[in-house]
Design a protein around this ligand. Structure first.
Ligand SMILES: [Fe+2]
Length: 119
């Protein structure tokens, strides 16, 4: 996460290379995941219905950001995307062994795991 004590911590004094951009996107994804974790903890920690609703909405927007960044990462690094697909396929095979059917998710991109249901 950004360091608020140093307002220039995120500044880079030059254009970054593609490899550095890919690293930056990975860091951005980690930041989004951390935000989801923290917002979700706050939703669980309060009984205030308005706060729960607003914070849960923000948490879910962060989830969409993860999706955007993952798509960007796949675009920037197709080789890494192959590893993601390989891991997703391994889980699909495990689900098949367990006779668990993957439920399609509206608007999902090809190759994601999605929600699961037991048959
Ligand atoms: Fe975000």
């Amino acid at each position: 996460m950004a360091s608020f004590a140093n307002p220039f911590a995120g500044n880079v004094p030059r254009k970054i290379t593609k490899e550095e951009l890919i690293q930056a996107i990975r860091l951005n994804i980690a930041g989004e995941l951390e935000a989801i974790y923290v917002y979700d903890a706050h939703v669980q920690a309060t009984d205030d219905p308005v706060a729960k609703k607003v914070i849960a909405d923000i948490r879910d927007e962060e989830k969409a950001h993860v999706g955007e960044l993952m798509s960007l990462l796949r675009y920037l690094d197709p080789k890494e995307a192959e590893f993601f697909a390989e891991g997703e396929q391994e889980v699909r095979e495990m689900l098949e062994e367990l006779n668990i059917v993957e439920k399609p998710v509206t608007g999902k991109t090809e190759g994601t795991i999605g929600s699961l249901i037991n048959d």
